[in-house]
Structures are given as structure tokens and as C-alpha cells.
Design a protein around this ligand. Structure first.
Ligand code: IFM
Length: 448
């Protein structure tokens, strides 16, 4: 294979999220989050796992930064736990919580690692859920209040900001399928929630600009390319509809100031019409500095009149692909096609890949090494496609590998390992996997 070199200023990063790694769920004044409540409720998480301790990053962040430095990570994307800052979601600030993130950020900077903050990666203060959570429009104002504190304290030293992580997952898994916190199963609620999440994004971006923060801000969506099962018009239409519901439902409001027509039509058929003040879409579509997305896999969709939405996954195609431990197909070309789609349909935006990576069953070998060759191959193939898109003119600026550490994979608990660093969940010992050493070389050589 010929050598692949990324642009000189390309940002090589890795990502985590507060609830998945921090632990210390009730320390130093932190309030309860919806994920504390959800994971403490029997039956919600595989094997009864919780994020109470997780990777204990709250106490071991110094060691984790050392590991990042050893790998040569240029930028670290982490999220802030809102209930650490406002235990009740609003009102009284918890200084100790804020101090943790100041220490973390300063130590990253001292080590030459660029901090990149996600304001919301799913751990809403439970007290706000008790008031209706993201279904309640007031939550968008509480989010602005929380964002203001974070911007005030870290805005002048953190160069990259993400308002939300995967609002699509919060809406779908948390409020329609009920398999994530807060465990609600209602289509109308999930749509209202998606709108309020986007509205809170818009309000935070507006505030960011008003505060003249000299940094970049965007939003991290969960996106995958939706391929039609065949060239038949009905399959093509089905794949388009499916991508509108999952992807354009978020992309279009943020980048075009409207919801996609085919999705609105489907919801109308189901008797659901969103109603909100006219100015919401203006707020939601404030100019952002980049659009970010998390990508792991691709979808193949077929027309299916027997399904409620008129389409379903093309299982006969999906079963032919190799899969990760999540059961997600490995299809690197999907990343290329997605990058090209964003470039073409959304006016050549600056793009950040805010998450990409793979879960496999990693074990420490008798030689003491973690030889995760499948992950290395996965990363190589996806990065090759990212590079191909850059060659074809896409403004891809950064790549954050998910994840730095094995961690709490939501409803799967600790049973799925995404890290380039192995974590022993009994002893909390960390060990860099072969993929971590491989990534080190990639960063050093700016390619492979
Ligand atoms: O672990 C999650 C992360 O929190 C959000 N994006 C997908 C990852 C893997 O499932």
C-alpha cells in the first residue's frame, strides 16, 4: 500500500465521555444524573453494571494524561458532567466539580494536548428529568445557564467545543426505544426531545458568540451512510427516507434551518406534527465553525410495505459483511460516501470526525500484550477512506478515535471494549493495546 499522508495541520485526537469513564458518581458534591438513576434500576444494564466507578478517571486523570502523552495524542475530546457543576441542574453551582475540569484542562495544556469539550454527552441532572427532562422546553434555558458557566471558566483556554453528542441517540434510544436513560418509549416525546436538544444547541452557540469566545464550536451527530438495497426506485426512496429520519433530521435544521420534508410527511401520517415558535429554526441554524459526526458503520435499507415506516434493514446484504463486537458491519467506504455527501449537500463545511473506532473482544495475551489486530485493520481502512475524501476536496480537519480507554458502554455495561488502552475493571490497571502503539506511529508520521 502506498504511503498515506494527512494535511500538515490535521488534528489527531481521541475521545471519551464523563459518565463512561469518570466514576466518582456521588463525590465532591456531584448530583445524581439520569444515567445514575437508570443504571441503578435493575434490568436496565447488562450484568447490572453501573458507571459508579467506571475507569475511575476522576481520581486517575493524571495517569490517563500520561498515557495520552505517551501515545502522542494531539487533542483530547471529553465531556463535562452537568450534575457535577449544577447538582440540581440549575441554581447552586458546585465549585468542586468545576475545579476538577479546570485541573484536567490545565494539565492537558501543560502536556501540549489540546482540550476539546462536549457540553452534553447524555448525563442530564436527574432533578431536571423530574421536571420533564428534554421534553420540557425550560431545559434549553438551564442548558444555556450551565453552558455560560463552562464558557466563562474554560472558554479562553479550550479551542474546540461540541454542544451535544449524538442528539439522535438521546432521542431514539432514550425516548423512543427506552433502552437508554431516561428509558422513555414514546415517539412524540422523542421528536419533541430532538427539537429541544437542537434548540439548546442553537442557544449555546448564540451565547458563545455573544461572549466573544475565541474558539470553535460545532455539534457532534451520529451519522452513517444509508445505501439502498438495490437500484430499484422504491429501495432508493426507502434509503433516502431512512437517512432523513436518522441523519437529515439533525443536519438540515442545523445547517439549512429546516426539517426534511419526507420525514415531516411520515410523522404527519402517524398523526404527529411538531409545533414550535417560528424563530427556533433561526436559532438552531446559527453559523457553526464545523459539523462533527460519529461514524462506525453503514446501513443498507430496503422498501418494506409491511413495516410501519415503509422500510427495513436489508438483512440479506448485512449478513455478508464482517462485523465488530457490537454487531455493526465494517464498511469503510461508508465513511468516504458520508464525507462526500456532507461536502456536496451542505456547502463544503469544515468537518470533524468526533468518533470512530471499533469494539472487539480484547484479551491480554500470555506475552503480556494486547494484540488487537482487527482494530488496527479497522482503523487503517477507515482512515484510508477519510484520507481519500480529503484528496477529493473535503474539508476534514480532525479525527477523534473512540475511545482512549475501554469504558462503560451504556446498556452493554463493561462488556464491549472500544479502547486503544485496555482497562482491567477489577484492578483499574491500564495497558496500551497494540492499536494504541499503532496510533502513536500514525500520529508521529501524520499517516501510515
Ligand atoms: O460509547 C459510545 C459513545 O458514548 C457515543 N458514540 C458511540 C460510542 C460507541 O457505541
Amino acid at each position: 500500500m502506498s504511503k498515506i499522508t494527512f494535511p500538515k495541520d490535521f488534528i489527531w485526537g481521541s475521545a471519551t465521555a464523563a459518565y463512561q469513564i469518570e466514576g466518582a458518581y456521588n463525590e465532591d458534591g456531584k448530583g445524581e444524573s439520569i444515567w445514575d438513576r437508570f443504571s441503578h434500576t435493575p434490568g436496565n444494564i447488562a450484568d447490572g453494571h453501573t458507571g459508579d466507578v467506571a475507569c475511575d478517571h476522576y481520581h486517575r486523570y493524571e495517569e490517563d494524561i500520561k498515557i495520552m502523552k505517551e501515545i502522542g495524542i494531539k487533542s483530547y475530546r471529553f465531556s463535562i458532567s452537568w450534575p457535577r457543576i449544577f447538582p440540581e441542574g440549575t441554581g447552586k453551582l458546585n465549585q468542586k466539580g468545576l475545579d476538577f475540569y479546570k485541573r484536567l484542562t490545565n494539565l492537558l495544556l501543560e502536556n501540549g494536548i489540546m482540550p476539546a469539550i462536549t457540553l452534553y454527552h447524555w448525563d442530564l441532572p436527574q432533578k431536571l428529568q423530574d421536571k420533564g427532562g428534554w421534553k420540557n422546553r425550560d431545559t434549553t434555558d438551564y442548558f444555556t445557564e450551565y453552558s455560560e458557566v463552562i464558557f466563562k471558566n474554560l472558554g479562553d483556554i479550550v479551542p474546540i467545543w461540541f454542544t451535544h453528542n449524538e442528539p439522535g441517540v438521546v432521542s431514539l434510544l432514550g425516548h423512543f426505544l427506552g433502552i437508554h436513560a431516561p428509558g422513555i418509549k414514546d415517539l412524540r416525546t422523542s421528536l419533541e426531545v430532538s427539537h429541544n436538544l437542537l434548540l439548546s444547541h442553537g442557544k449555546a452557540v448564540k451565547l458563545f458568540r455573544e461572549m466573544n469566545i475565541d474558539a470553535q464550536i460545532g455539534i457532534a451527530l451520529n451519522l452513517s451512510y444509508h445505501y439502498p438495497a438495490s437500484e430499484k426506485a422504491e429501495d432508493i426512496e426507502a434509503a433516502e427516507l431512512s437517512f432523513s429520519l436518522a441523519g437529515r433530521w439533525y443536519l438540515d435544521p442545523v445547517l439549512k434551518g429546516r426539517y426534511p420534508e419526507n420525514a415531516l410527511k411520515l410523522y404527519k401520517k402517524k398523526g404527529i406534527e411538531l409545533s414550535f415558535p417560528e424563530d427556533d429554526l433561526k436559532l438552531i441554524s446559527q453559523p457553526i465553525d464545523f459539523i462533527a459526526f460519529n461514524n462506525y458503520s453503514s446501513e443498507f435499507i430496503k422498501y418494506d410495505p409491511s413495516s410501519e415506516s415503509g422500510f427495513s434493514p436489508a438483512n440479506s446484504i448485512l449478513e455478508k459483511f464482517e462485523k465488530t463486537d457490537m454487531g455493526w458491519i465494517i464498511y469503510p467506504e461508508g465513511l468516504y460516501d458520508l464525507l462526500m455527501l456532507l461536502d456536496k449537500d451542505y456547502g463544503k463545511p469544515n468537518i470533524v470526525i468526533s468518533e470512530n473506532g471499533a469494539a472487539f473482544k480484547d484479551e491480554i495475551g500470555s506475552n503480556g500484550k494486547i494484540e488487537d489486530t482487527k482494530r488496527i485493520q479497522y482503523l487503517k481502512d477507515y482512515l484510508t477512506q477519510a484520507h481519500r475524501a480529503i484528496q477529493d476536496g473535503v474539508n476534514l480537519k480532525a479525527y477523534y478515535l473512540w475511545s482512549l480507554l475501554d469504558n462503560f458502554e451504556w446498556a452493554y455495561g463493561y462488556n464491549k471494549r472500544f479502547g486503544i488502552v485496555h482497562v482491567n475493571f477489577d484492578t483499574l490497571e491500564r495497558k496500551i493495546k497494540d492499536s494504541g502503539y499503532w496510533y502513536k506511529e500514525v500520529i508521529k508520521n501524520n499517516g501510515f
